[in-house]
Design a protein around this ligand. Structure first.
Ligand SMILES: *[C@@H]1O[C@H](CO)[C@@H](O)[C@H](O)[C@H]1NC(C)=O
Ligand SMILES: *[C@@H]1O[C@H](CO)[C@@H](O)[C@H](O)[C@H]1NC(C)=O
Length: 221
């Protein structure tokens, strides 16, 4: 199911976004593109250990062993160097990696780091919206699913496929996304933490530069 072509969003950060959703007896891990379509899903039961969800998925393993066919490094809009890697955006539950950005977590952050966190959160809303659209169209996802585990997993997969089909046919309807609740959780360590630190610093500086800044970002943090 993996389609890893990273799409560029307006801000220049590749808008492929990760989320892990916990249902009652299984988990759904999705990678979403900037058009609220799912590019990868993994649904299954991994016991109670949330940090194994990401690590057990083919996607997580391929990110770990660097075999995802990601586009080459490229410069950010308005800049001529350096060439930056394409990145996925996750929340605090994910570990920083060369191709996986997560928010800064310490307290007392500088303005630049708070802006980075704001920009990352803004990107991440796409996947949260995608999940609301999914759950609001296929409302059984809001409730305990009274099916055998295997059947329930098939139903969730089918809903995800239909979600992409409807996205293509109907486009995006804002009202679809108005109510939602979800939880996301821990993956295992991702390759390239050290490079990840450098990549995140670079995005942080870029978001404060004239080419990378949004006019309202300082009011939003
Ligand atoms: C990387 O992980 C994928 C998914 O588990 C696996 O199919 C592939 O063989 C692995 N490649 C290497 C080079 O380890
Ligand atoms: C892409 O950029 C990252 C971060 O600067 C760097 O670690 C990596 O080696 C680069 N990859 C290539 C193929 O140049």
């Amino acid at each position: 199911m993996a389609n890893t072509s990273a799409l560029r969003s307006q801000s220049g950060v590749a808008a492929n976004i990760l989320i892990i959703i916990f249902f009652f007896s299984f988990v759904l891990f999705v990678v979403c593109d900037a058009n609220y379509s799912f590019r990868y899903i993994d649904v299954g039961s991994y016991g109670s250990s949330s940090d194994s969800v990401f690590g057990h998925s083919d996607f997580g393993q391929m990110l770990l062993n660097n075999t995802l066919d990601l586009p080459d490094n490229t410069t950010l809009p308005g800049t001529t160097s350096p060439a930056m890697p394409f990145v996925f955006v996750g929340d605090e539950a994910f570990a920083l990696g060369e191709h996986l950005m997560r928010p800064y977590s310490s307290r007392g952050l500088s303005i630049a780091r708070r802006v980075f966190n704001y920009r990352l959160t803004r990107e991440r809303r796409v996947v949260e919206c995608a999940f609301c659209i999914l759950a609001n169209k296929w409302r059984f996802l809001h409730t305990p699913i009274h099916l055998k585990l295997e059947t329930a997993i098939s139903a969730v997969k089918a809903a995800c496929v239909l979600h992409n089909f409807v996205r293509e046919r109907d486009g995006y309807n804002f009202e679809d996304s108005l109510s939602h609740s979800l939880e996301s959780h821990l993956p295992s360590v991702v390759r390239g933490h050290r490079q990840g630190v450098a990549v995140r610093e670079h995005f942080t500086a870029y978001f404060m530069s004239p080419h990378g800044a949004l006019p309202w970002q300082l009011e939003a943090i």
